[in-house]
Design a protein around this ligand. Sequence first.
Ligand code: NAD
Length: 294
Amino acid sequence: VKKKAGGYAKQADKIEQAAVLGAGIMGGGIAYQSASKGTPIVMKDIQADAVELGLKEARKLFNKQVERKKLTAAQMAERLSYIRPTLSYGDFGDVDLVVEAVVENPKVKGAVLAEVEAEVSDDTMLASNTSTISITRLAENLKRPEQLCGMHFFNPVHRMPLVEVIRGEKTSDAAVAATVAYAQAMGKTPIVVNDCPGFLVNRVLFPYFGGFSLLVEQGVDFARIDKVMEKFGWPMGPAYLLDVVGMDTAVHALHVMAEGFPERMARDSKTAIEVMYDHDRLGQKNAKGFYAYE
Ligand code: NAD
C-alpha cells in the first residue's frame, strides 16, 4: 500500500470527460457522483432499460439534494445534463478515462475492455471497478496494458468515501495518477494498492465475515453478534452487512479469498454464509437473508 495517493494526483491532468461502461448499481452510482462533482460522463450500457434506470436513480439522488436545499433546480438540471446516456461508442472520442463497471465475469470484462480500447484515443486511460478479478489478468487482452488500473468503488457510491486504486503488474504511474486525480475530483479518498485477491478492504473484511460465520456455526445468535458489534462502534453488524452485500457476492468473494490465501481462508466445511446462499437467502436483494425484509 502506498499511503500518499494524493501525490499521484498532482502528476495528472484534470479529467475533463469521463465515461462509464455499465449503468447498473455501480455504473449508475459512478455517473451520478461524477456529474454531481462537475465532471461530465458518458454512461453506456447494452440495455436501454438499464440506462433509463441509471438515469432515474441519478435524478432521485439529485432531487434529494434539491429538497435539502443543497442544490437549486437549475443546478440540478445542469448536473444531470453532465450524464450523457448512450448505447453506442459514438461519444467516446474525447474521453480521458473510462471506468468499466459491467458484470463481474472475467470473460465479459476482458472482451468489453478490449472493445472500448479500440474505440478510444491512444492516450485514454482505462479503469475497472472489479471487486475480485486480478487487474494484471484483465490487462492481458489489451494492446496498451499499462493504461489499465483498478478503480474499486464501494456501494452505495455516493455515500462511501473510499476508492481502491489498484496497480496491476504493467500499470503505469500515469494511469494510477489519472485514476487518483479522478477519484479526488469525485470527492473520494483514493488509496493505491497492489493487485492481490481482495485488494485491501476485502482482505480485512472477509476474515471478519469468516470469524462471524464460525460463531454462528457454533450456535451463537447472529442478531446478538450484530448488537455487540454495533456497541463496539461499527455502523452495522456483520449479519446485516452481509444482507446488504448479498450472499451471492459474498460467497463468490469468499471463494476468491480461499483460493488466494488457502492457509488463512480455506475451510473443510461450508460456512454459514454458503448455507444461507444454498437456501436462497440472498439478503436484501431478495428480501430474505439473516433478517427478513418487507
Ligand atoms: P449490475 O448487474 O447492477 O450492473 C451491470 C450492468 O452492466 C448491467 O446494467 C448490464 O446491462 C451492463 N452490461 C453488461 N455487459 C455490458 C457491456 N458489454 N457494455 C456495457 N454494459 C454492459 O452490477 P453491479 O452491482 O453494478 O456491478 C458492476 C461491477 O462492479 C462488478 O464488477 C462488481 O463486482 C463491481 N462492484 C459491485 C459492488 C456492489 O456492491 N454491487 C461493489 C463494488 C464493486
